[in-house]
Design a protein around this ligand. Sequence first.
Ligand code: GLN
Length: 500
Amino acid sequence: MKSATTGPAGITQLSLADTAAALRAKKFSSVELLKAYQQRRAQLEPKLGAFLSTQDDLALDQAAQVDTRISKGEQLPALAGIPVAVKDNFNVQGTETTAGSKILKGYVSAYDATAIKKLREVGAVIVGKTNLDEFAMGSSTENSAFKPTKNPWDITRVPGGSSGGSAAAVSGDLCAAALGSDTGGSVRQPASFTNTVGLKPTYGRISRYGLLALASSLDVVGTLTKTVEDAAILLEQLAGPDPLDATCHNERAPLYSSLLGSGESVKGRTIGLPKEYFSQGLDTAVGEQVRAAAEQLKKQGAKIVEVSLPHSKYALPTYYILLPSEASANLARYDGIRYGASTTRSNDNRAQDLLEVYSQSRAQGFGPEPIRRIMLGTYALSSGYYDAYYRQAQKVRTLVRQDFLEAFKNVDLLLTPTTPTTAFRLGEKKQEPLAMYLSDVMTVAINVAGVPALTLPCGFVDNLPVGMQLVGPDYNEELLFKVGHAYQQETDWHTRRPAL
Ligand code: GLN
């Protein structure tokens, strides 16, 4: 399965790196490539439900332009002709951007998010917008107001969430790569459930401008790809300063992809296994796969040690104070006046005054999960409770981050499972918010701390993918890529494909 086959099914399996090289070598044209992906999507989308909208004609125009440039012998930009899908919480000019919510039904973006602008500048072809849990709140994509997305490895199971549409699209070879957002695990958990690579960069590494805000101090733009090398290629294009996002890091990012592949990637590195991540709640078989990956890295020259992140158990409760608080403030803008759906526009039940417009639009527009979190967050921020909840959570946040800073004094990076179990069944946790929240127990601390993490395939349990999470110090995505890429050179988990 490692070498690409030819023909439409074959070219959709190529990594982004191999696709870019093949386009340059004229093995196929950009239009042929796009049509192969569109054909595959037409065949599989009814089964998977990965997309909320697609831009076929526009994409074909863009692909044709790339082919013209190739025929003229022009120098091609990095992502020329690469079909990329985008989670439907990014503003993409001229497309409907719903964030999976009825309240934004019919809202058409007037501008491109910075990440989208950067993708376009280097020639990527945006093929469509992918399904997600409403406003990125969830871990299964079942909270989408429009439809659930299915896991390509077993369509009775969830693809994870909230970037489940992006994960299913990459995993099912419906696009070459996809953008997601990760506030508490929304790129990594679905990547882990679908045998794809998920990158959550350091907070501030990629501009958030134009990404619909969930919790502004935790949100990052992330990527879902078929290989670690592809994640490196995407990050080097997406990273960098942006005057439109004051929290964005000022320095330019390194050319990560040119730094991969040296023999010294793993040798001599100390990798810590945090004992709190290998304890209670972790499925035994999943734990075994991750430990086997640690053994593999040891074979490649790493030193494996046990470490402790003593405040781990507070990360999830801290997150579920911080996230609803920030979300309740961010979601206040969806008031039935400025964006999308409004009761003033429906004929029956016309609101009598402005307050009624607000309350009716929000009550009808938001689904149960956003409403639950808006209420929790408003409570945690209200006078008299602020100190006990929000301020307290901010203090604990510092302790959670401190754990990581302490650990990185002794180890180069950390290795954990990405999720405690493999993909669960559709409907299994839908009625139980707490059980759903627990599926993020291994990912949220990373957002609370702000550090970067990368999840990559490391095995299977009952034919369902298992992911491992590499966590590094602030702004050291380079190290994650080097170690992850070296691991993928020696293993073939990431080359396995679901039987669709
Ligand atoms: N599943 C987590 C939540 O429901 C994470 C969401 C995210 O990262 N956007 O909040």
